[in-house]
Design a protein. Structure first.
Length: 282
């Protein structure tokens, strides 16, 4: 019947959310074809004043956070370039779902393929087929796996995986991951997590005007090194990647003249305690 029904045949549309009911009134007795955005399709014959229909399917949704705490603050994170961020994505599989496909697309991060686990277990062909790149992956679940979990209605699937913050994160507003889940090409739901990195700016002034420090002169030629709580020093490579090592390997950041007013800048930092070391004194 679906092949013969066109938009010209529509006699009414109802929008509902969750278990909230909607209704169409003043329809004559007859046969009606009903379809829904979740993929259900039914035929009804009206011979009484009221005919009730319940959708046998429900929407499949995904929620993802950095870490494992599902609150709004966990949907934001601050991580240093070069460090790993663990993600937890939970798919609530709707009733009647099939052809479930989960996709994660990454910006400013590199996906670690060997980190992926589904329901805390290594992925097998009986669970899903995984296609991965350095910037994300797609997991296509088998209908057998989905059906086995959906015998009692809605169920959840948990994916955990890790990505490394790259130097690209310094050139975008935020490194981020957008997770989406799609079912039977009819519904798609997304969840996005931003991962920010911090920067530390340093300016040394001459301190001559003790009464009005705003009139102090910013000094050119001051050099600084940065040390983290583990006693390791900040190293920034030519490609923008950041690592931590010995003081001899440390990158000295110089305060340069210009619009920055002699500011030295350390970029790509995560949350933590740092010690600033003045290594060159003008």
């Amino acid at each position: 019947i679906k092949a013969y029904v066109t938009s010209d045949d529509i006699v009414g549309t109802i929008t509902t959310t969750g278990t909230t009911a909607g209704s169409l009134e003043n329809l004559g007795e007859g046969f009606y074809y009903v379809t829904t955005t979740t993929g259900s399709a039914v035929m009804i014959k009206t011979a009484t004043d009221t005919a009730a229909i319940s959708d046998k399917n429900s929407i499949t949704v995904v929620d993802k956070v950095a870490g494992s705490n599902f609150d709004e603050e966990s949907k934001k994170a601050i991580a240093s370039v070069g460090t790993d961020v663990e993600y937890t994505a939970t798919i609530t599989v709707g009733k009647g779902a099939h052809d479930v496909v989960f996709t994660d697309t990454m910006v400013g991060m590199t996906f670690k393929a060997d980190s992926l686990k589904i329901d805390r277990e290594a992925v097998t062909d009986t669970v899903a087929t995984v296609n991965s790149t350095t910037n994300g992956f797609t997991a296509t679940f088998t209908d057998a796996y989905i059906n086995a979990r959906n015998t009692t209605g809605e169920s959840t699937i948990t994916l955990t995986y890790t990505a490394t913050v790259t130097a690209e994160a310094l050139t975008v507003d935020a490194a981020n991951n957008t997770a989406s889940v799609k079912t039977d090409d009819k519904n798609e739901n997304t969840s996005k997590v931003n991962v920010f990195n911090a920067q530390l700016t340093v300016t040394k002034y001459d301190g001559k005007n003790t009464e009005d420090t705003e009139d102090d002169t910013a000094l050119e030629g001051a050099g600084f090194k940065l040390k983290n709580a583990d006693g390791q020093y900040y190293i920034k490579a030519a490609d923008g990647s950041i690592s931590w090592g010995t003081e001899a390997e440390a990158t000295e950041v110089m305060a340069s003249a210009g619009d920055d007013k002699n500011v030295a800048v350390f970029t790509g930092l995560g949350v933590g305690e740092y010690t600033l070391v003045e290594s060159t004194v003008p």
